[in-house]
Design a protein around this ligand. Structure first.
Ligand SMILES: *Cc1c(COP(=O)(O)O)cnc(C)c1O
Length: 422
């Protein structure tokens, strides 16, 4: 399927005249329509809630849009909890799915009433020690171990993952929670990342629903909610078929009706913690070609680098690139599209067939709305870019300014005299 962009070259020129490239650009209409589709896909479950995984994109303007669409937040750290709290999410709208958690973060999560999702058996006693008593609601994270396969072969290796309780531990865990007076119980698992298949959530749901029945039988604990977490992927590549959230919701509903309803558990709430699926396609990194280099390969040097979007450099991830204004031109030139870091992995694309690129062309790097800006860093003294929101009426708003050298030096006390170059 052809990968469409949500912004035209003219609009990019208009934006770049005010906010120079590189910048991350987000599509408000796309975000709202997609969030609505997610809610509709799970509307068969009255207690359904998507807790947006803040780590995927912690921009408060974007999270406020998702809040208006009925989403809660899923946090992994103190600052993400603080962000959620300050945006006005109430306790039950905040999930705290962290691991290797520092004590003050558990204390803060409890204070704001977030639902704590424990990653490890030893954290039960740890949390009780910290708080004096366990919260009324607790969720436990399950790791089945081994290799997780789906019919189309997509798999991951939970047995190698640091997350979650083993099967024996989780059953013993619920027994302890019940004994210690916990009133509301949740079960969580995140087994495979970026699945491009409609089968992942239904298969995971079946695993978790069956585990729920076993837990009830062995401990008497009746689950109140099941958190399918993240892992629903997007089609980064044009040849991939995008996930259909309606088919995914219907698949989970079928397993729910087959497994939980006959067992008298038709009142269990379904939660999700998607990050990528909620925002990735609705953000792009806009960058300008500033150099061309002809050596053993043909290079296009752009003004963004892996510090703005690290997925290609660290995972070898594919991000589609469109040359603005050349959407329909023949892709008859082969390039490596590179950033400026002194690291050879700083390549947004390798041996990519693209239209002929002129200096000054704008390149749109797709699917950067999640795990894009948020994974940015300051290596080589590179600065984080601006983030801009493109609104449904075509206007745009700066939702985070670009860093300046002053920001970079801000944590040193001895550089008070650094002034911005601009
Ligand atoms: C990263 C993460 C998510 C979001 O994952 P996506 O692949 O972006 O959907 C959800 N829950 C937890 C606990 C995570 O670590």
């Amino acid at each position: 399927m052809k990968k469409e962009t949500f912004v035209t070259k003219d609009k990019i020129k208009e934006i770049a005249a005010i906010y120079p490239t590189p910048f991350h650009l987000y599509d408000e209409s796309g975000i709202r329509e997609n969030a609505k589709a997610v809610n509709e896909a799970f509307s068969w479950n009255p207690g359904f809630r998507e807790y947006f995984a803040v780590k995927a994109n912690p921009n408060p303007f974007l999270i406020r849009i998702l809040k208006e669409c009925g989403c809660g937040t899923d946090c992994s750290s103190l600052t993400e909890l603080m962000l959620s709290d300050s945006l006005g999410f109430c306790g039950e709208e905040i999930m705290f799915s962290s691991n290797d958690t520092p004590p003050e973060e558990f204390i803060y999560a409890d204070r704001i009433g977030a639902t704590i999702n424990l990653d490890d058996f030893t954290h039960i006693a740890y949390l009780e020690d910290l708080l004096g008593t366990l919260p009324e609601t607790l969720c436990l994270r399950y790791n089945p171990g081994g290799v997780y396969k789906l019919s189309n072969g997509i798999m991951d290796n939970p047995g190698d993952a640091k997350y979650g309780f083993t099967r024996e531990q989780i059953i013993e865990g619920y027994r302890i929670l019940k004994e210690k007076g916990v009133k509301r119980f949740g079960l969580h698992a995140f087994l495979v990342s970026n699945t491009v298949t409609n089968d992942y959530y239904p298969a995971l749901a079946k695993t978790l629903f069956e585990l729920c029945l076993e837990i009830r039988e062995k401990t008497g604990v009746k689950m109140d909610f099941i958190n399918l977490s993240g892992g629903v992927g997007i089609s980064y590549r044009p040849e991939e078929t995008p996930n259909d959230i309606r088919a995914i919701g219907a698949g989970v509903e079928r397993v729910y009706r087959e497994t939980l309803v006959p067992a008298g558990m038709g009142d269990v709430d379904i939660y999700t913690e998607m990050g990528r699926f909620m925002l990735a396609p609705f953000g792009c990194l806009v960058t300008q070609a500033i150099h061309e280099k002809h050596t053993y390969k043909e290079y296009i040097g752009v003004d963004a680098c892996a510090a703005n979007l690290m997925r290609p450099a660290v995972y070898g991830a594919y991000h589609h690139i469109t040359v603005a204004g050349k959407e329909d031109a023949a892709c008859d030139h082969q390039y490596d599209v590179v950033g400026s870091l002194c690291e050879n992995c700083d390549k947004f694309a390798i041996d990519r067939m693209l239209p002929k690129i002129e200096m000054g062309d704008y390149l749109i790097i797709h699917d950067a709305g999640a795990h894009g800006f948020s994974m940015g860093y300051n290596y080589n003294g590179r600065l984080r870019s601006a983030e801009i929101l493109l609104k449904p009426d075509g206007s745009f708003e700066l939702i985070r300014r670009a860093e300046t050298p002053k920001d970079y030096f801000a944590t040193f006390d001895c550089f008070d005299n650094i002034s911005d170059l601009t």
